[in-house]
Design a protein around this ligand. Structure first.
Ligand SMILES: C/C(=C\COP(=O)(O)OP(=O)(O)O)CCC[C@H](C)CCC[C@H](C)CCCC(C)C
Ligand SMILES: O=C(O)C1=CC(=O)c2ccccc2C1=O
Length: 300
């Protein structure tokens, strides 16, 4: 009796947790953290109101991306077996669509507030370009993610655009260090998206989505992971030796265990959807810890 009444609500909670995916929101936080950290390293000042407003705006925009992703994917049939799609869970596509749009409006409102305070619309322009690119990833008629170029869009949006926007919002100027730092965040974010495709090959193929893993195959995709990870650490070391990053950014090496865990996990289970499906959350952990430690290197 007890088991019967508890189990469904537990699994319902799990489904909702998987649908809302709270850990994924570190993806919106890290570019703001690193861009602001570089600004702090260069100016020794931080505008807290702008930091918090831009942070919230980024989170709202990512919420829009995820809600609209479920809406647009429900139209292609690719999410037919995805029980944790918000559209499948609520059965109300229109609700999710308008909730997503409300988040987008809040994100744009936050960016507009910063533009208004600073009498400078550069940040708003960057955010709008990011949103437009994000839309092309999943929205009709583009659906560029279905062509396998999502990782490139993801790199540009969460790397150079989002980190530069954070830096600019603090300093109203540009910085080669911030742009270089954005490469690290761009790569770790794209790695999450890359990892998210391993368990979806069957559904992606059926819906005509040519994700990088569909194109490469899971075995070759798995072989690329240590290279992506190695690139993060090698680039940080290189830019530190070149004097672009402070030596403390080498703290990023403390996130190596996550890179090793990700590489081993995907290489062991790349062709077992049930087992490999959690690899994107190992990639989220790698993104979080590497970004946190890397940003800390600028602040210390
Ligand atoms: C929704 C995203 C990925 C989910 O993709 P997929 O359909 O493969 O997965 P599901 O199986 O879960 O359905 C994220 C995609 C991110 C996108 C490429 C870029 C987003 C850009 C942001 C909107 C812009 C932020 C920039 C800014 C604040 C300057
Ligand atoms: O649900 C997902 O798979 C992802 C959601 C998301 O917001 C995101 C953002 C940036 C990179 C990858 C991803 C996902 O994979």
């Amino acid at each position: 009796m007890t088991t019967k009444s508890v189990a469904p609500s537990n699994s319902a909670n799990k489904l909702w947790f998987a649908a809302i995916k709270p850990p994924m929101y570190s993806v919106a936080v890290m570019p703001v953290w690193v861009g602001t950290a570089v600004a702090f390293a260069e100016t020794r000042a931080i505008n807290t109101a702008i930091f918090i407003t831009y942070l919230l705006a980024s989170i709202f925009i990512l919420a829009w991306m995820n809600l609209s992703n479920d809406v647009f994917d429900s139209e292609t049939g690719i999410d037919a077996n995805k029980h944790h799609s918000l559209v499948n869970l609520t059965g109300d596509k229109s609700l999710i669509f308008w909730l997503g749009n409300a988040f987008l409006a809040l994100g744009i409102l936050g960016s507009s507030a910063i533009a208004w305070w600073q009498k400078d619309f550069t940040l708003l322009a960057i955010v709008l370009v990011g949103c437009a690119l994000g839309y092309t990833y999943q929205g009709p008629p583009f659906r560029l993610g279905y062509q396998g170029v999502g990782e490139i869009i993801c790199f540009i949006c969460f790397g150079p655009l989002a980190v530069s926007a954070a830096y600019y919002s603090q300093t109203q100027s540009w910085s080669s260090t911030s742009l270089t730092a954005s490469i690290i965040i761009g790569i770790t974010t794209s790695l999450i998206l890359f990892c998210s495709h391993f368990h979806q090959v069957k559904d992606d193929l059926a819906a005509g989505k040519r994700s990088p893993i569909v194109r490469l195959g899971t075995a070759r995709g798995a072989q690329l992971i240590p290279w992506f990870c190695g690139f993060i650490y090698a680039l940080t070391l290189l830019f530190t030796l070149l004097g672009l990053f402070p030596i403390q950014t080498l703290l990023i090496f403390a996130s190596l265990p996550f890179a090793i865990q990700l590489t081993r996990h995907v290489q062991a289970y790349h062709n077992q959807p049930d087992k490999v499906s959690n690899c994107k959350f190992i990639a989220v952990a790698l993104h979080f810890w590497s970004g946190l430690l890397f940003g800390l290197g600028f602040v210390l």
